[in-house]
Design a protein around this ligand. Structure first.
Ligand code: XMP
Length: 326
């Protein structure tokens, strides 16, 4: 059985030269492993699956079949970027699945966080399985497993595998990043020519915006999460906080409050901003965001996001709050 321990002699990949060497070695290894057979990959657009995709496209071209499932819980612009980078720029064999209605219909009325997670996970496997069955001659499954997933350190819940596929779809695994730490994956991704906003992306939970649209997900509140998150990310990038703050996002609870806009009484949702720093996600501190910037973001969100009349900043460290709200 293949070892799951990082070889002791393996040098830490910190430079483009070391990344190029790693890429060349992995291209050889993948070619040797899969020959002229087809490989399937669930491509979310997150750092790890994107780096695996770019590497495998270099190794086997269109024999890599990438499946991008848009479950409606991705951040603004992400599905479009996956199509642009992989299909248009890298000529990937990419299957784009619009499963938005399917996921949101399944999640309708479900308020319990773990139940929501289970539905999202199970539905993802189902959609992926259906796409896998449509493909002929697949013998391998590529996954963006990285070394911390194997070590299972910390509470960062990995979402890198599509374990749970039925017996007859148990393909041989291709896991070229399995001995890399996250910082090394980013160096490799950069060397492969992936855009910075893909390579240096902040952590994003597998169930996506689904755990930030609190309680039972509704389309209107989901749009509030997506649009407010896009404004927050834009303002953090403009103000030098992108790449400095470990994780930042917005949350929309499932209650409304009274407000006033243009002299008229409103009854709309609040948006909660969360911005934290951590080393391992076990504990986290709150970023000291300049007050003027918080005011500016509040102004933009309340003016630009339909259905929102209030913005709050979450000052709670972990513990006693977790990073996500659900
Ligand atoms: P918490 O909320 O537990 O989050 O303090 C710690 C880190 O894990 C991420 N997280 C998840 N990632 N699936 C994931 O892939 C999940 O269900 C999930 N829940 C939390 C969270 O974003 C943070 O980085």
């Amino acid at each position: 059985m293949e070892s799951n321990k990082r070889p002791e002699e393996m040098v830490r990949i910190t430079t483009k030269e070391l990344a190029d060497k790693f890429i060349a070695e992995q291209i050889d290894a993948v070619k040797k492993q899969v020959g002229d057979k087809k490989v399937l990959l669930a491509l979310s657009g997150g750092v790890d699956s994107s780096v695996v995709a770019a590497l495998l496209i270099k190794a086997i071209g269109r024999n890599l079949v990438c499946v991008h499932v848009n479950h409606g819980l991705l951040r603004k612009g992400e599905p479009e970027q996956v199509v642009e980078v992989f299909k248009n720029q890298m000529n990937a064999n990419l299957v784009y699945v619009d499963a938005v209605d399917r996921f949101l219909d399944k999640l309708a009325g479900v308020a319990e966080p773990e139940k929501k997670r289970k539905i999202i996970g199970a539905e993802f496997i189902r959609v992926f399985e259906e796409e896998a069955r449509k493909q002929d001659g697949i013998e391998f499954l590529a996954q963006g497993t990285i070394y911390p997933d194997i070590l299972e350190s910390g509470p960062v819940k990995a979402h890198h595998n599509v374990g749970g596929l039925p017996e007859d779809l148990k393909f041989e695994l291709v896991e070229p990043l399995k001995f890399l730490f996250k910082d090394e994956v980013r160096v490799v991704g950069k060397a492969l020519g992936l855009p910075d906003n893909m390579v240096y992306r902040q952590p994003f939970p597998g169930p996506g915006l689904g755990v930030r649209c609190l309680g039972a997900i509704t389309r209107d509140r989901l749009e509030c999460v997506r649009e407010s998150d896009a404004i927050l990310r834009e303002e953090f990038a403009k103000n030098g906080l992108e790449g400095k703050v470990w994780q930042y996002f917005t949350v929309v609870p499932d209650f409304k409050s009274v407000g006033v806009k243009g002299g008229l009484r409103t009854f709309e949702y609040p948006v909660i901003i969360r911005a934290v720093n951590t080393l391992d996600a076990m504990t986290a501190t709150v970023e000291d965001v300049p007050f003027a910037l918080l005011q500016h973001i509040t102004d933009r969100i309340t003016r630009e996001v339909k259905g929102v009349n209030r913005v709050l900043y979450d000052l709670t460290p972990k513990p006693c709050g977790t990073i996500e709200w659900e």
